[in-house]
Write a protein that binds this ligand. Sequence first.
Ligand code: 13P
Length: 257
Amino acid sequence: MRTSLIAGNWKMNKTASEAAAFTHELVQRKPASPSVEIVIAPPFTALDSVRRALGTESSIGLAGQNLHWADSGAYTGEVSAPMLKDLGCRYVILGHSERRALFGETDEIIHKKLATAFRHGLKPILCVGESLAQREAGQTTQLIAQQLRGCLAGFTPTHLAMLTIAYEPVWAIGTGKAASPEQAVPVHQTIRLFLQNEWSSAIAQETRILYGGSVTPQNVSSFLASEEIDGALVGGACLQVESFVTIADLAQKRTGH
Ligand code: 13P
């Protein structure tokens, strides 16, 4: 059984003080005894204030939005896995399409970052997804397989056990035009088939695959209606407590608890 995961990627939003206020409210409003895992990924500068605001609240996990593959050194402006661990992060988002498109991250770089995350016991949420041009050219399946191969080659089943994958079609991110479940589900099946072929059917069955791209309280249930979709990576709609909690509540209803 895969536990559903609702993760909020704050991107470059909220100061440390805004983040603390948000988190205090989130702790009060979060679903009681969630059977859904909830993770939030604030900017690096807000991790400490979010951690403090979470206090003893351990059912909400913290994630970094990125990391550098080296543990320390002359990398001005970068943040390492030990730094994230020290601030209480359990997860790290890697390979987000904004990092790929705006900051030149390649599958090779993402592979190095994944290796670092695994080495430090940080659970990666690896993002993959095609552009509109690639989808329209019928290249989605091929592109997703290429990204997965480039990012994950050589990792062992022990590594894979720590991994969550997020399918985020680039054209659906921040556009208000979510993929339809009919578009997303076959890609999730492609990802699972890839895991089965490259590792095993057990790995394929155990790995969580999230959908991301314009997820809202209005459409999240349509995604979670499919057994293939194990949760959501939420951008815009995670920035207000009300909509984020509603999404988590709807995910919890799916589990019947
Ligand atoms: P939006 O939900 O704003 O489309 O962003 C999705 C995303 O990129 C999450 O990582």
